[in-house]
Design a protein around this ligand. Structure first.
Ligand code: PEP
Ligand code: MN
Ligand code: NA
Length: 619
């Protein structure tokens, strides 16, 4: 059982980090919540998580004893662990993710909806007794630096110690957050059960979960209920469920933005500092851009966040952003020394890997970590693997969970409670054709149109057909907690408020994934993407010009720095080529997409589409 005698963790001392937590008063509203859920789920034990290093160590020991985690070779990868999930619990389950607003219209056409009362009736019998034989962990957490005005708090109840240690990396978890709640900070309740009660004497499995899954959000009462999965996005509820779905509804009501965006700090050779926020659909290179090492001399990019940004208009009237998280839950495959050396260095130790492959020397491997795979591995399912096996060794959605401060690229301002001032917003997708390498929006409203029409060929981050094109507005399709058309309106309105108060950030769209007719990527990507950032900075400084195209402003010839790249003039031209028929087809597709929102679509977006059509005709 998960509470069996702890196994010794080999060879390494507990990493020096958080000291033992102070005892904090248990706020009565949290106690009432815990009692109510314990009465429903009937756990054997209740454990209030303090977030201390000692507690983490004990949880890791229990997870090793239970077979959920395997310790990696401590001489190679200190204090690191491998989890192999159930084969049927490897990704977010969008089909089972629901927004339970009173009115269906408030969930909108892009979300699964169920009436709150009906969902409660579905969940009640599932959660009844669901924690039998297990421990209910009470997990207080802060999203954002403790005490920042932008920070929001939550309490997750879970019967998964794997989720607890993951929350410990991804959030500011434990006594410090609980102390803020005790002092009166409002908090979001989140209930999570793997849905695998243990009868007396029943042996546990390494990765308990349930075939029935629900990830349910109640935006009006600001609650989260998750059942049946222990996988990241379904179970680490602080992340997608709270910091995006519930927070987006809070942000709409309170006048800020909760976004699926990375945050970077850019320093030019002149020493000037800029901050950029960028939205990309899942598994389109967000973590790579967040950890970019520019190839051009004198430029540096530092990391503030790799997945979620909360944007507020500060007291100074400027657009300010924080990364509400404290760690990275990144996709492992494709992360290698040649593509993202910084990420590889971040993972030197203190890391939990999920569904990667195990090497014979007790270290990990995944596709793309090294060019040549090891001769023999244990694959993510625990089966023997060789390069001749003809299947991936690591699951395509295998992950690493690691503290943000371990990134050598982390900016010293990454946890500044005041946030950082945003100079530019970037939207990106994954398109083999049409979308140019980079294009600048004409103004904020045009930028909102760009965000609203992000499209991407689907990746493995969610269940679905890999390769199929889907519209993923603001990369928030799976994460908006309310009607997407209202969300567009909120962005338009936010721009009006910004215009009244201060400098409005510029908006750009990028596409690193354009292919030639023979199917090769035209742009080298990765570190070379710094050249595109460099051009954006030149635009911010009014040192570069654009050529107007139907889609927006593209770099004037000679202004994108391609010195030293082996990129033919023909390929460079192809990166920006716009075919009139393809543009017409795109406008038609956007129109069909917009129609799904009916009357609710803001008129401004309809205008943007007709402006696009007239620019195509005038071309
Ligand atoms: C996740 O799936 O848990 C997750 C972090 O989402 P994403 O697909 O955006 O990486
Ligand atoms: Mn994400
Ligand atoms: Na995912």
């Amino acid at each position: 059982t998960p509470d069996a005698a702890p196994a010794a963790i080999q060879g390494v001392a507990t990493p020096a980090s958080a000291p033992a937590a102070d005892a904090v008063e248990h706020p009565s509203d949290v106690v009432a919540f815990v009692e109510r859920i314990a009465a429903l789920t009937t756990p054997d034990r209740i454990h209030w998580v303090d977030g201390s290093t000692r507690e983490r160590h004990q949880l890791l020991q229990r997870l090793v004893a239970a077979g959920t985690l395997t310790q990696l070779n401590p001489d190679i990868r200190p204090y690191s662990f491998l989890a192999r999930s159930d084969e049927r619990d490897v990704a977010r389950v969008e089909e089972r993710t629901f927004i339970c607003s009173e009115n269906e219209d408030d969930a909108g056409p892009t979300n699964n909806w169920m009436a709150p009362e009906q969902m409660r009736a579905e969940l009640e019998p599932l959660f009844a007794g669901s924690m039998r034989g297990r421990t209910l962990y009470v997990v207080p957490f802060a999203m954002g630096p403790i005490g920042s005005s932008m920070t929001r708090y939550g309490v997750q109840l879970t019967d998964s110690p794997y989720v607890v240690v993951s929350m410990g990396t991804m959030t500011r978890m434990g006594s410090a957050a609980l102390a803020q709640i005790a002092r009166g900070a409002s908090w979001v309740p989140a209930v999570h059960s793997v849905g695998a009660p243990l009868e007396h004497g029943q042996r546990d499995v390494a990765w308990p979960c349930n075939e029935t899954k629900y990830i349910a959000h109640f935006p009006e009462t600001r609650e989260i209920w998750s059942f049946g999965s222990a996988y990241g996005g379904n179970a680490i509820l602080a992340k997608k469920a709270f910091a995006l779905r519930i927070a987006s509804a809070m942000a709409r009501d309170e006048g800020w933005l909760a976004e699926h965006m990375l945050l970077i700090k850019v320093t030019s050779p002149a020493g000037k500092v800029y901050h950029m926020a960028a939205a990309f659909p899942s598994a389109c290179g967000k973590t790579n851009l967040a950890m970019l090492t520019p190839t051009t001399p004198g430029w540096t990019v530092e990391t503030i966040g790799d997945d979620i940004a909360w944007l507020h208009i500060g007291k100074d009237g400027r657009l300010r952003a924080i990364n509400p998280e404290a760690g990275f839950f990144g996709v492992a495959p494709g992360t290698g020394l040649s593509t993202n050396r910084t990420a590889v260095e971040t993972l030197w130790g203190n890391t939990i890997f999920t569904n990667v492959a195990l090497r014979e020397d007790g270290d990990v491997w995944w596709e793309g970590l090294t060019e040549t795979p090891p001769a023999r591995l244990t694959d993510w399912r625990g089966e023997e693997w060789t390069p001749a096996s003809g299947r991936p060794a690591a699951h395509p959605n295998s992950r690493f969970t690691v503290a943000a401060h371990q990134a050598p690229s982390i900016a010293d301002t990454w946890d500044d409670p005041e946030g950082v001032v945003i100079d530019a917003i970037i939207f990106g997708g994954r398109r083999r054709a049409l979308a140019p390498l980079v294009v600048e929006a004409r103004d904020w409203d045009h930028g909102v149109f760009m965000g609203a029409t992000i499209s991407s060929e689907q990746t493995a981050a969610a269940e679905g057909t890999v390769g199929a094109l889907r519209r993923d507005p603001f990369a928030m399709l799976p994460f908006a907690g309310y009607n997407m058309a209202d969300y567009f309106a909120h962005w338009l309105d936010f721009g009006k408020r910004l215009r009244r108060s201060a400098r409005v950030p510029r908006v750009f769209q990028v596409n690193w994934f354009r292919k030639s007719a023979d199917g090769k990527f035209l742009w080298p990507g990765f570190g070379e993407n710094g050249r595109v950032i460099e051009w954006m900075v030149a635009r911010l400084e009014s040192e570069a010009c654009v050529d107007e195209t139907p889609l927006g402003g593209v770099p004037r010839e000679g202004e994108l720095n391609v010195d030293g790249l082996t990129l033919s003039d023909a390929d460079l031209a192809e990166l920006f080529r716009m075919d009139a028929d393809e543009l017409e087809a795109e406008a038609d597709d956007v129109e069909r997409f917009f129609q799904t929102f009916g009357e609710k679509l803001p008129a401004e977006l309809r205008h943007q589409l007709s402006h696009l059509r007239s620019r195509i005709r005038a071309q």
